[in-house]
Design a protein around this ligand. Structure first.
Ligand code: GLV
Length: 321
C-alpha cells in the first residue's frame, strides 16, 4: 500500500523529521512564503496530513481542497491560525505542542521583563556608542522586580511557570483568567482579580492568553490608560491581543513606562514601524520557545501528533473536539 502523503508547509531540519520520513511521502513548501503555498496545489487532493507553522492559515477554503485530510499538526501551542470548527466539521484532527515549550517561554518572559525594567538595551547601546562617561549614581536607573506587582493575564501552563519565577523574584502576583487556580494561589500567593484591577494595580503586566475573539484587541486605549504611568507591558502571547496604534500612543505619550513585545501585529513588524523608534519599547522576533531543546521537542510532538492522526489514533495533544 502506498504511504500516505504529508505536506510540510515549510522545510525543517532533517534530524527533526526522521520518524516521519520512514512512514510517509513528504512534500515540502518554500521557506520564505507564509501560508500553505499554492504551488503545492497539485498535492492537495491526495494529502492526508499537513504540518503547519503558526504563520500558516488553515481555513475552510484550504480544507475544501484537501478531501482526504485526516490531521493538521501545528508546530506551536497556539492554534489561532487554524479554523478549528471547520476542521472538526470535516473530521480533521488538529494537533499542537503544549507543555514542552512552557519553561522556555517563561524564561523569555523574564528575559524581557528584566531587560525592559532595567533598560539593558539602551544602556548597552550607550556603552557601545561611547556615551559611557564617569560612573554616576543617577544614570541608567530602572525599575525593580523585587517587591513589584506582576499582573498575569492567562494563568495557564505558561502563566503559571511565569508566576513560579515571579515568586522566586519576590514579586506580588495578581492574575486574571477564566478559572480560579487555587494551587497557584497557595503556592505563590497569586490573587485572582478582575481585569480592571489587574490593569490598575500591576507594575508589570504580562500577557499569556491565546488569541481568540474574546482576547483580540483587549489591550487597547481604554486598557492602556487604566495602567499605571510607571507600568511595563510584556506581550508573549499573540500580537493582535494588543492594539498596536494605541500602544504606540501609550508609549509616546507616557500612559505607561515601557513595553517588551515578543509578538506584534503585524508580524514581522516592518523595519520602518514607529515602535522601533521608541526607546521604551523592546521588540524581539517571536522567539519565546526558540531554544535548541524546546524547538526539537516541539517538532517531536508535532511529528507524533501527525503520525497518530494518520493512523486514526488519539493525538498526543489535540486542540479540537
Ligand atoms: C508560539 O507562539 C506558539 O504558539 O507555540
Amino acid at each position: 500500500m502506498a504511504k500516505p502523503l504529508v505536506i510540510l508547509s515549510h522545510p525543517m531540519p532533517e534530524a527533526w523529521l526522521a520518524p516521519l520520513k520512514e512512514a510517509v511521502r513528504l512534500v515540502v513548501g518554500p521557506p520564505d512564503v507564509a501560508g500553505v503555498d499554492v504551488g503545492l496545489q497539485p498535492y492537495f487532493a491526495e494529502a492526508e496530513g499537513l504540518l503547519t507553522w503558526l504563520i500558516d492559515p488553515v481555513d475552510e477554503a484550504l480544507l475544501a481542497q484537501m478531501p482526504r485530510l485526516k490531521v493538521v499538526s501545528n508546530l506551536a501551542v497556539g492554534v489561532d491560525n487554524i479554523d478549528l470548527e471547520a476542521c472538526t466539521r470535516r473530521g480533521v484532527a488538529v494537533g499542537h505542542t503544549p507543555g514542552v515549550l512552557t519553561e522556555a517561554v517563561a524564561d523569555m518572559t523574564f528575559a524581557l521583563l528584566l531587560a525592559v525594567a532595567r533598560g539593558v538595551f539602551p544602556a548597552a547601546d550607550d556603552a557601545r556608542a561611547g556615551r559611557w562617561g564617569l560612573w554616576r549614581p543617577d544614570a541608567w536607573l530602572g525599575a525593580e522586580l523585587h517587591g513589584a506587582t506582576l499582573g498575569i493575564w492567562g494563568l495557564g501552563q505558561i502563566g503559571q511557570a511565569v508566576a513560579r519565577r515571579a515568586h522566586a523574584f519576590g514579586m506580588r502576583i495578581l492574575y486574571t483568567g477564566r478559572t480560579p487556580k487555587p494551587e497557584a494561589e497557595r503556592a505563590w500567593g497569586a490573587a485572582r482579580v478582575p481585569w480592571e484591577a489587574l490593569l490598575a494595580e500591576s507594575d508589570f503586566l504580562s500577557l499569556h492568553v491565546p488569541l481568540t475573539p474574546q482576547t483580540r484587541g483587549m489591550v487597547g486605549e481604554a486598557a492602556l490608560r487604566r495602567m499605571k504611568p510607571t507600568a511595563y507591558l510584556v506581550n508573549m502571547a499573540r500580537g493582535p491581543v494588543v492594539q498596536t496604534e494605541a500602544l504606540v500612543r501609550a508609549l509616546q505619550e507616557g500612559w505607561i513606562a515601557g513595553a517588551a513585545l515578543d509578538v506584534t501585529d503585524p508580524e514581522p513588524l516592518p523595519p520602518e514601524h514607529p515602535l522601533y523608534r521608541l526607546p521604551n519599547c523592546l521588540i524581539t522576533p517571536h522567539i519565546g520557545s526558540a531554544t535548541h531543546t524546546t524547538r526539537r521537542r516541539m517538532a517531536e510532538v508535532a511529528v507524533a501528533n501527525l503520525l497518530a492522526g494518520l493512523r486514526g489514533e488519539a493525538l498526543l495533544y489535540r486542540a479540537n473536539p
